[in-house]
Design a protein around this ligand. Structure first.
Ligand code: FES
Length: 317
């Protein structure tokens, strides 16, 4: 039988049982033909390439056999690689079918009997679920309650609420100024240019109440308007908790009258209310108002007048 495109053909194997739907099938598909017109010449080129690669392989073996020589080994190896590369590329590109290849697919729809059976079974299932709706509601309640309970560990892991802890320290009106070992600080304890870390007597070694006590002068001075009485006999006290990231501000430079935070090198001017003059700290250190009691010991007039340390969202300005 001859196909409609003029090529040779055979009867199709997919005809109907009665043989009335037999269609011609082409036996020569142009898509399966090599793309080059002079196939014999291309075969010779491929064969020549493989032969060159073979010669290179033999040459490589001989050079190795006689002790090896870098340049000849490179040349023969190059010949092998070039021969294989040219031969394989030409074979694949010119002597193998180039397509395009299209595979027809049958329709995948189910027979109508199956579709009827499926929809009947689906409706029966929906009817069953409706009849047992209380089970669905119960399941929803369980899952909802479980979802809420699953939040508990997350909420608990946030820890206790800070409440007012971020706004206050242990310093109170009349708090006695003491060293880490509890020794009260007398106004004669520091020479001009000296400094030490101090705490309130009822909470020695408290991290949030740690305070840097500095004596830059022998007489009172004013760090900010309204603070005229805060520096008796030249003592000034600032919170040690840095306003950048909370590191302890622990170094005093007498020459420049600055405090240095070693974490990111913020500098604070102690004669100007600990205003930051360098570094990432955004605010001054909180100042503690001091006074000297009748026996000559340093005490706090009150707590810090603002929250110490880094900013937090409820802090305000
Ligand atoms: S924590 Fe003090 S400068 Fe960063």
């Amino acid at each position: 039988m001859t196909g409609s495109d003029g090529t040779g053909g055979t009867p199709s194997a997919g005809g109907t049982a009665g043989g009335s739907d037999i269609r011609p099938v082409a036996t020569v598909d142009p898509h399966l033909e090599p793309s080059v017109r002079h196939q014999h010449r291309m075969e010779m080129i491929v064969a020549g390439s493989f032969a060159a690669a073979f010669v290179g392989t033999v040459g490589l073996a001989v050079v190795y056999w006689y002790g090896g020589q870098d340049q000849w080994e490179g040349a023969f190896l190059g010949l092998v690689m070039a021969g294989l590369g040219v031969g394989l590329t030409a074979w694949g590109k010119y002597l193998l079918p180039q397509g395009p290849f299209v595979q027809e697919r049958e329709t995948l729809s189910s027979p109508s009997a199956e579709r009827v059976a499926y929809s009947a079974s689906f409706e029966r299932g929906v009817g069953e679920m409706r009849r047992r709706s209380f089970l669905g509601k119960l399941l929803g309640a369980v899952l909802g309650a479980f979802g809420v309970v699953a939040l508990f560990p997350f909420i608990r892991s946030l820890g206790p609420q800070p409440k007012l802890a971020l706004f206050t320290t242990s310093w109170r009106k009349g708090s006695r100024v003491v060293q880490a070992d509890g020794t009260p600080v007398h106004y004669n304890d520091l020479e001009v240019g000296g400094y030490m870390t101090v705490f309130p007597s009822h909470d020695a070694n408290s991290a949030i109440s740690q305070t840097l006590l500095v004596r830059p002068s022998s007489s009172p001075f004013t760090t900010k308007p309204g603070r005229e009485t805060w520096t008796p006999k030249g003592y000034v006290a600032y919170s040690k908790v840095c306003t950048h990231a909370g590191c302890p501000v622990s170094l005093y430079e007498e020459q420049t009258q600055q405090l240095l935070c070693p974490c990111h090198q913020s500098l604070f001017n102690i004669l100007d209310g600990a205003m930051p003059v360098f570094g990432p700290a955004p605010r001054p250190l909180a100042q503690l108002p001091l006074y000297i009691d009748k026996k000559g010991y340093l005490r706090a007039q009150a707590g810090y007048d603002e929250p110490i340390g880094p900013g937090f969202w409820e802090r305000g300005a």
